[in-house]
Write a protein that binds this ligand. Structure first.
Ligand SMILES: NC(=O)c1ccc[n+]([C@@H]2O[C@H](COP(=O)([O-])OP(=O)(O)OC[C@H]3O[C@@H](n4cnc5c(N)ncnc54)[C@H](O)[C@@H]3O)[C@@H](O)[C@H]2O)c1
Length: 364
C-alpha cells in the first residue's frame, strides 16, 4: 500500500460555480508570460474550457492574447478583480512563484477551483497553507507539473508499477541544462532595481524549486514514499550577480529505503541528463529519451505498458483538470505527491543553506 496517504479532495461548496458535464469550464488566467503560451496552446486544442478572463500587469500582453481568442475575455491589471469575477469558475495561476501563495489562497477562498503552476509556494509553510485552503473549501487544486502526463515519465512509472523492476532501490539522475530565459519578467525591488525574478530567492524560492521540482515530482511518484534525509551541496559557481544557484547535488534517503542521487546544472546547455533506476529484479535506463530495460545488465524487451493516454502533456493535464472539476474528484497528480516533491526541493535548499543533513523532522 502506498506510504503517502491518498486523502480525497471532494467537496460540494460554491455549487453555483460548478460546471455541468456539458458546460465548458470558465477559466481566468493570471500571468501571460512565457509559460502561458503552453497553456493557451493546450486550451486551443481542447473543447472543455473557455477562457473568460485574463490578468497581467502588462495591458499589451492581455490585448495580444485577447486578439487570438474566439470571444473576448475580460482583462484585469489587478488579479484580485479576476478572482472576484463571478463568471470565472476556475483560476489558472501562471505568475512568478512568490505570488502563488497569495493568489491561490484568494482564488480558493473565493470558491474557485485552481490550476496552479509549480511550485505551490516558495516556502513549506506557505505550501501547507495553500493545501489547507483547498481542503477546507473542498476545491480542486491541481499543480501544473505536466511531466506527470509526459510519455517517457508515464512509461517509466507504468513499468515500475507493473513490478517489472521489483523494489526500486537506487535512482541516479541529473538535470543538465542551459540558463533561465533572460526575457523573464523583471521584479522591481523597493529601491527601484529591476531583476529577472528567477535570479532572486524572494521571488523564485530556489532553482531547485523552480526547476528540479519537475524531476523530483516524477521521482516522488515512482518512489511513493516520504523523504527521510537529504544531504546536499551547491552554489552559484558559474553565473554572477544572482542569488539562486546554478549548481546543486543531493543525496536523498526515502522512508522506504530507496535512495536518490540528483544533480542540477544550469550551465550545461544540451548536455541532457540520463536516468537510471535500479530495482531488485531489473534496471531501467533512460538516455536521450530512449528507455532501456536491463536484466542482469542485458537489454531485454520491456513489458509494454498498457493503456497509456497519448498526446501532448499540457493537453492531458488540462483534460485531467477539467474532468476533476466536473466530477469533483482529485487530480491524477495528487496534492500529496506534489507537496512531497516540494518538500524535497525545500530540503535540498535548506541542506545547502545550512550545511547540514535535513531530515523529515525539519518538516514536522
Ligand atoms: N510547468 C512548467 O514547465 C513551467 C515552465 C516555465 C514556467 N513555469 C512556471 O510558470 C510561472 C510563470 O513563469 P513564466 O516563465 O511565464 O514567467 P515570465 O516571467 O515569462 O512571465 C510572468 C508573467 O507574470 C506577469 N505578472 C507579474 N506579476 C504579476 C501580477 N502581480 N499580476 C498579474 N501578472 C503578473 C508578468 O507581467 C509576466 O507576463 C512560474 O511559476 C514558473 O515556475 C512552469
Amino acid at each position: 500500500m502506498s506510504v503517502i496517504s491518498r486523502r480525497t479532495l471532494l467537496g460540494a461548496g460554491a455549487a453555483a460555480l460548478h460546471a455541468t458535464a456539458q458546460d465548458a469550464v470558465r477559466l481566468g488566467i493570471i500571468g501571460l508570460g512565457l509559460r502561458s503560451r503552453a497553456h493557451l496552446a493546450a486550451l486551443k486544442k481542447l473543447p472543455g474550457g473557455k477562457l473568460v478572463a485574463l490578468s497581467d500587469l502588462d495591458g499589451q500582453r492581455m490585448a495580444a492574447v485577447n486578439q487570438g481568442l474566439a470571444g473576448s475575455a475580460a482583462a484585469y491589471t489587478d488579479w484580485r478583480e479576476l478572482v472576484r469575477d463571478r463568471n470565472v469558475q476556475a483560476v489558472v495561476i501562471v505568475a512568478p512563484n512568490y505570488l502563488h501563495h497569495e493568489m491561490a489562497i484568494a482564488a480558493l477562498e473565493a470558491g474557485k477551483d485552481v490550476l496552479l503552476e509549480k511550485p505551490i509556494a516558495i516556502s513549506w509553510e506557505h505550501a501547507r497553507q495553500v493545501e489547507k485552503a483547498a481542503r477546507a473549501g473542498g476545491r480542486i487544486l491541481a499543480i501544473g507539473m505536466q511531466r506527470h502526463f509526459g510519455k517517457p515519465e508515464a512509461e517509466a512509472r507504468a513499468l515500475v508499477e507493473s513490478g517489472a523492476l521489483g523494489k526500486v532501490q537506487l535512482i541516479t539522475t541529473a538535470d543538465l541544462r542551459g540558463d533561465w530565459n533572460p526575457a523573464s519578467w523583471q521584479f522591481t525591488d523597493p529601491r527601484g532595481k529591476k531583476t529577472n525574478w528567477r535570479y532572486l530567492r524572494r521571488t523564485a524560492g530556489s532553482s531547485e524549486l523552480e526547476m528540479s521540482i519537475h524531476t523530483l515530482g516524477f521521482l516522488q511518484s515512482i518512489v511513493n514514499s516520504p523523504m527521510a534525509r537529504v544531504s546536499a551541496t551547491g552554489g552559484t559557481v558559474h553565473f554572477s550577480g544572482r542569488e539562486t544557484r546554478d549548481l546543486s547535488s543531493a543525496i536523498v534517503d526515502f522512508a522506504n529505503g530507496a535512495r536518490l542521487s540528483y544533480s542540477l546544472c544550469l550551465f550545461a546547455r544540451g548536455a541532457g541528463g540520463d536516468l537510471t533506476m535500479v530495482g531488485d529484479k531489473a534496471s531501467l535506463r533512460r538516455s536521450r529519451g530512449e528507455l532501456q530495460f536491463l536484466v542482469d545488465g542485458k537489454p531485454q524487451p520491456a513489458p509494454a505498458p498498457a493503456n497509456l493516454p497519448a498526446g501532448d502533456a499540457e493537453v492531458l493535464m488540462y483534460t485531467d483538470f477539467f474532468d476533476s472539476v466536473r466530477r469533483r474528484r482529485p487530480p491524477s497528480l495528487s496534492l500529496d505527491v506534489a507537496l512531497e516533491a516540494s518538500k524535497l526541493a525545500y530540503a535540498i535548499d535548506l541542506s545547502i543553506g545550512q550545511g547540514r543533513i535535513v531530515t523529515a523532522a525539519d518538516f514536522a
